[in-house]
Design a protein around this ligand. Structure first.
Ligand code: CP3
Length: 346
């Protein structure tokens, strides 16, 4: 029998001597080889929809570093694109969408045209044939709340106030949007699984701004529906929920969601998370991306504190949010070497 990949075995709750490691947004602009390929692409979405390029970018961090997982190169905003909302990415200013401003705007969204995302599934197929045996392939989507926050505002915002206001002013229309995103996310992730991803992660990057009731309604509830539907179809595929800013609501999430692991963001004390979740809960995280930029003593200290906090607990080493563009490559190498210290002999 083939040996289980380290990431999968940790997601199944097995303790290991050294944790598997991958980094959120590990395919991206901190890599010179990414910037070189990106410079030739017409637009960021074209880049995501060209399987040959997207597969290459997915593999770039795997060629350079000994990560335990590759994450599919795409973006959470391909879902609004497939719902007929125009999406573009402007260099330096992030995503731009035609904002949804009224209840009628939500009714005008098209059916979820999953065929538009066929290049993403082809990318998965290409990556699978090129991936080294121990490396797992992670697929992903944005959680409905985070994706909706971009769809309503039309761009990134510091506090997601346009979507929060819309949800208070037009609760039924907002619920309709969230329901559309739940359905789309289920189909999208299940097609990613059919194409060959072995793990999925749901990113709720902006959950932390929601008051408790709204957090339940727009973040936890929709994520739970996506997970339940996937578990009914493909129970063997592990799911990681990254609910950024879940804070004191984490224990409740760990109790109520059927996820296989929970991603901790930078701000959460890992000792607290370990103490307030069952000993079987698999946790992922949560190095500050800025510690990785800083490197040196500061980085070593943070790595050791995280390693200590998760001793005796199934743990996936990761950042608490995406890697930053200014991160030096050597710091990523130093991170991997230190996390793997026990194992590294040559
Ligand atoms: O993790 C990976 O390496 C795989 C690819 C990936 C991208 N985006 C590529 C990308 C993943 C998993 C994402 C997720 C994503 N996208 C999230 C959730 C995770 C998080 O960081 O909170 C969000 C909120 C987005 C939306 C998004 N996409 C924004 C706000 C931006 C612009 C800001 C930025 O980071 O550049 C993007 C563009 C984007 N997505 C880039 C990449 C590599 C940069 C585009 C470029 O090359 O110019």
């Amino acid at each position: 029998m083939l040996e289980e990949k380290p990431l999968i075995s940790t997601l199944r709750g097995k303790l290991s001597e050294v944790p598997p490691i991958w980094l959120m947004r590990q395919a991206g602009r901190y890599l010179p080889e990414y910037r070189a390929l990106r410079a030739n692409a017409k637009s960021f979405l074209d880049f995501c929809y060209t399987p040959q390029l997207a597969a290459e970018v997915t593999l770039q961090p795997i060629r350079r570093f000994q990560f335990d997982a590759a994450i599919l190169f795409s973006d959470i905003l391909v879902v609004p694109d497939a719902l007929g909302q125009a999406v573009s990415f402007e260099t330096g200013s992030g995503p731009k969408l035609d904002p949804l401003q009224t209840a009628e705007d939500i009714d005008r969204l098209g059916p979820f045209n999953i065929e538009k995302l066929a290049p993403v599934f082809e990318t998965i197929d290409r990556v699978k044939t090129a991936l080294p045996a121990p490396v797992a392939l992670i697929g992903f989507c944005g959680a409905p709340w985070t994706v909706a926050s971009y769809m309503i505002a039309g761009h990134g915002t510091p506090d997601q106030s346009p979507a929060r206001l819309f949800a208070f002013q037009h609760p039924q229309a907002f619920e309709k949007l969230i329901d559309r995103l739940i359905e789309a996310s289920i189909s999208y992730l299940s097609r990613q699984i059919d194409a060959g991803v072995e793990v999925v992660q749901i990113f709720d990057s902006w959950a932390g701004v929601l008051p408790h009731q709204e957090f339940q309604k727009w973040s936890a509830g929709p994520i739970s529906r996506i997970i339940n539907a996937l578990k009914a179809q493909r129970p063997e595929i592990p799911i990681i929920a990254f609910v950024r800013g879940a804070d004191t609501q984490l224990p409740d999430l760990a109790r109520t969601l059927q996820a296989d692991a929970y991603g901790l963001d930078t701000a959460l004390d890992p000792n607290w998370a370990v103490a307030h979740t069952p000993s079987t809960t698999v946790l992922q995280g949560n190095l500050d991306p800025l510690a990785l930029v800083a490197g040196g003593e500061a980085l070593s200290k943070e790595i050791d504190a995280i390693t200590r906090a998760f001793l005796g607990r199934p743990h996936i080493f990761n950042l608490g949010h995406g890697i930053l563009q200014q991160t030096p490559i050597e710091h990523v190498e130093a991170l991997i070497a230190r996390v793997r210290r026990g194992k590294i002999s040559s």
